[in-house]
Design a protein around this ligand. Structure first.
Ligand SMILES: [Zn+2]
Length: 190
């Protein structure tokens, strides 16, 4: 009988404890619900805004870096692939690829470099400083001064060409005539 009494007491206390627990939990839930105040909403909105701005800035930074990198890489390609030797151009570019100066994620550049039928030579405008030596020209080519007043073509650094303050190009006589340099220079062609 006493044992039963003890058990009953224990059961009742357990019940009381559980009820108290439930009440505490209910109260907790209620206070949690009321915790989201307008201030909190404002903070959340501001936070989302800040995160958004950060993401945009990061993306922009990433795009800028990527653009700079692409510019840098295309400059390298232009520099190493302009010699007259196709083999040398290919070797140079291959080195730049291997050294990691050029990214070639899809392997397209590497494929072109390895392709024996691909003649790697990037044509650049022949530009020279008039104070430097004249670029070599073949017998059929002439020098042309690019200033607006120049109307003749030359075959040497003559008195007339020395006065050229613009850039000097090498081209065939036909090309020179097309660009407005119709007559042979009177110093060069006597
Ligand atoms: Zn001349």
């Amino acid at each position: 009988m006493e044992k039963f009494h003890f058990e009953k007491n224990k059961y009742e206390r357990d019940l009381q404890l559980r009820e108290r627990e439930l009440t505490i939990r209910e109260n907790e839930l209620k206070t949690n619900r009321s915790k989201v105040t307008p201030t909190h909403v404002a903070i959340y909105v501001a936070l989302v805004g800040v995160i958004g701005t950060c993401v945009v800035a990061l993306l922009q930074g990433y795009t800028n870096i990527k653009l700079e990198r692409q510019k840098f890489e295309s400059e390298i390609i232009l520099k190493v692939a302009t010699s007259d030797s196709i083999e040398r151009n290919k070797k140079n570019l291959e080195f730049m690829l291997k050294a990691g100066f050029i990214t070639d994620e899809q392997g397209k550049i590497n494929k072109l470099v390895k392709d024996a039928n691909f003649d790697l030579k990037i044509q650049t405008e022949k530009r020279i400083d008039v104070h430097n030596e004249l670029p070599p020209k073949s017998l059929s080519e002439v020098y042309v001064c690019h200033s607006a007043t120049s109307l003749a073509y030359h075959n040497s650094m003559c008195r007339g060409l020395k006065r050229c303050a613009d850039r000097i190009d090498v081209m065939t006589i036909e090309e020179a005539k097309k660009t407005g340099h119709r007559k042979p220079c009177s110093f060069c062609y006597k």
